[in-house]
Design a protein around this ligand. Structure first.
Ligand SMILES: N[C@@H](CCC(=O)N[C@@H](CS)C(=O)NCC(=O)O)C(=O)O
Length: 204
């Protein structure tokens, strides 16, 4: 079995890399020279025809062409890894955890990520998101909480996606005052302290 993760410096591929490092899942890191446009050329376009990273090749499963499964979109890749390699969806709560993970991955990529990117034009939307996240994060480090397979909170793909975007916040939006959101601040600090995060972000 081999997993190949395609990414580039300072790209969303780091989020997927963080998950793999955190879970101790073996993988090959293939760093594209995005400055030279390697992601917009073959052979990468045959993995992601949209020419964006991250992309994953997983030879433990067959894709529609009969070759190794190829995936793009960070949320889809995280969901696949959680299901196939992270053993996140086992036991009685498997179905609920799977659905809640999809929910949080879509929230991170389709709701919170855009709010962060549009923070300058729509500051009140980001403030609303942060206020709610601050409340939800107060119940512990796992967004799925007591729905964990073991009955205890355990870090997973949902946390990876949301916490990664939160950790981008001070970098992309230094103008945003986080002092009204102590749980958000604590979550960002805790993320930055994780060795797997530091390694994935190129700080380790
Ligand atoms: N929604 C996609 C976004 C992918 C994306 O925009 N990736 C950027 C890097 S963070 C990229 O590849 N940009 C290069 C380009 O558009 O040429 C995901 O979450 O995977």
């Amino acid at each position: 079995m081999s997993l190949s993760l395609y990414g580039g410096a300072r790209s969303r591929a780091s989020i997927v890399r963080w998950y793999l490092e955190e879970k101790g899942i073996p993988y090959q890191w293939i760093s594209l020279d995005m400055g030279a446009g390697e992601h917009r050329q073959e052979p990468f376009l045959s993995i992601n025809p949209f020419g964006k990273v991250p992309a994953l090749v997983d030879d433990s499963l067959k894709g529609p062409d009969g070759g190794a499964l190829k995936l793009f979109e960070s949320g889809a890749i995280l969901q696949h890894l959680a299901e196939q390699h992270g053993q996140e969806f086992v036991g009685e709560t498997a179905a609920a955890r799977r659905s809640l993970t999809v929910q949080w991955l879509l929230y991170a990529n389709a709701t919170f990520g855009p709010a962060l990117i549009q923070a300058a034009g729509k500051p009140e939307e980001l403030q609303r998101q942060l206020a709610t996240l601050d409340q939800l994060l107060s119940s512990g480090p796992s967004l799925l909480g007591a729905c964990a397979a073991s009955g205890e909170a355990s870090w997973g793909a949902a946390d990876c996606a949301v916490q990664a975007y939160l950790a981008y916040l001070p970098l992309f939006c230094p103008q945003v005052d986080l002092s009204p959101f102590p749980q958000v601040q604590a979550s960002i600090e805790a993320t930055r302290q994780r060795p797997a995060y530091q390694l994935a972000m190129g700080q380790g």
